[in-house]
Write a protein that binds this ligand. Sequence first.
Ligand code: CMP
Length: 139
Amino acid sequence: MQTNRTFTMIKPDAVANGHIGAIIDQITKAGFKIVAMKYTSLSSEMAGQFYDIHRERPFFKDLVSFMSSGPIVAAILEKDNAIEDFRKLIGATDPQKAEVGTIRQKFAKSIDANAVHGSDSDENAQIEGNFFFSAFERA
Ligand code: CMP
């Protein structure tokens, strides 16, 4: 089912480096409507649960440790073709491979500290949005 929604996090590196405003500005200028947004932190248990699909990957421990290292901004975004358009806007997972002008190319330093998360499917966008926001907040 296509929902026209995606889920994003502004990760601890981008928050610590003062890029929240610039990243939200780029997201809204690209035509995404903010459905829900919160500034919060993840414990290592919560980060592990959020990234459960990567539990067997070699980078899982570092990912959990990084994602629980400082505050993040979580948001549900809405736009036609949201998943694909948002992944184009943020660029490749590895910022060294991200196209010029993309959020990761502009604000990220490494594959771990890659500034933002973007859901990879409608199904995961729904799971990830539900992880952070109540039904009332997502309405
Ligand atoms: P994200 O889109 O949040 O989803 C999983 C994260 O794991 C990814 O961004 C990266 O920050 C991190 N990661 C670290 N190493 C790798 C890797 N080799 N391949 C994919 N993701 C990685």
